[in-house]
Structures are given as C-alpha cells and as structure tokens.
Design a protein around this ligand. Structure first.
Ligand SMILES: [Zn+2]
Length: 208
C-alpha cells in the first residue's frame, strides 16, 4: 500500500539526494515545504533555476560569478601575484571568510583521484598553467599557495602540479609553490574548519 502520493515521494527522493541529507531529514523538509506558504517553494525553485542557468564561471579563477570576471579578480586591492589554489567554491568561501587573504584564487574543480576516474583532464590543470603563464607576464614572481585538503589525493594533486610546473619552460623556477600548514591535520576538510584554524594554516604556509 502506498502511504504517500507519488509527487511527495518524488520530492522526498529529490531532497534526500542532496549532500548531507538523509531520508528522515528529507521527509521533514518536504513536509515543511508543503505546510509553508506557497511563496517559499516558488521562490526556492526560481532561485535554483536562476542559479543553474544564470551564473557564469569567472574566466580567470573559475569561481561562480555574475560577470565574465568575478569581483575578486577584478578588484584593484587584490594581489594578482599570489594565487590560492582551491578544490571548489566552498573552500574558496571558507578561506575568503577569514578576511586575511589578499591574493586571488584558482578553483581547480576537483582533485586527482585515479580510483574515481578523475585524471588531469577532468580538472582545470591546463587552465591553471595558462593562468600562471598569464600572471607571470605581469609580475616578477608568482606564489601559488596549495589550498587543497591535506589528504592523500590533495597531496598527490599538489605534487602532480609541481611536476607540471617544473616541466614547463615558461614556468620552471618562476612560480614559488607553498602549501597551507600549521593547524591543518591530515585528512581535514577545509570548508569545515573554523576561521582561526584556516588563518593559522595560511600564516604558517611553507614551501612545497
Ligand atoms: Zn575570478
């Protein structure tokens, strides 16, 4: 016997496919939406559609943006010779929230994970090298801060990037690579860390 109408079951299925939401929370959210004023679900579905269809990726850092170049990359107050490499927009937001970082970012869009079929072509490795070359022509020295999660995949991605930079005649010896250090325990997830820990890790960065 079906206890719930199909449309509600589909709503619960949809919500439970979101990260961090189990079937119980999904049911709770679904029933909340059904009880709440219709405006709330209308606004929510419009916001989802607009974000999906309307948002671009910044041409320089690949962060989400309304414009071709995001506000961070187009700001005169940011140091374009210091580039923080992050896995995704969540990590960028976590680091940006500390308010301490005055450089710019590059969103890699993933990390190397041969087990999950993610190789160099699946992440923005080529785009990163292009970006470094472009930055290099404008500034004497470029610092690339590896802001990837300190786990095995993050470490091997960092090493791969270093090898690629060393193998590139335009970049070899011209890009200083540093990594976030102190306070970041191995296996940590950057977007779950508090601002103090990220700030310490940023201050204590060391050469790779
Ligand atoms: Zn940008």
């Amino acid at each position: 016997m079906k206890i719930l109408p199909k449309s509600i079951e589909e709503l619960i299925d949809g919500i439970s496919s979101l990260p961090g939401i189990g079937p119980k929370s999904a049911s709770r959210i679904a029933f909340f939406l059904l009880r709440a004023p219709k405006e709330l679900s209308d606004n929510l579905s419009t916001a989802i559609t607009q974000a999906r269809d309307g948002v671009k990726l910044c041409k320089e850092c690949y962060h989400y943006s309304d414009e071709e170049i995001c506000p961070i990359c187009s700001s005169d107050e940011r140091d374009k010779s210091v580039i923080m490499l992050v896995e995704d927009a969540l990590d960028l937001l976590a680091i940006e929230k500390t308010g301490d970082f005055e450089g710019v970012y590059f969103v890699l869009g993933g990390i190397l994970s041969p087990m999950n079929g993610i190789g160099p072509d699946e992440i923005r490795l080529k785009e990163l090298l292009d970006r470094l070359k472009k930055s290099k022509s404008k500034s004497k020295e470029i610092e690339l801060i590896i802001g990837l999660n300190p786990n095995m995949e993050g470490e091997s991605t960092a090493l791969y990037i270093q090898k690629e930079i060393d193998a590139n005649k335009d970049l070899r010896g011209k890009v200083k690579i540093t990594k976030l250090a102190r306070g970041l325990s191995s296996g940590a997830d950057i977007d779950y860390l508090d601002e103090y820990t990220i700030r310490k890790a940023f201050e204590g960065r060391s050469a790779l």
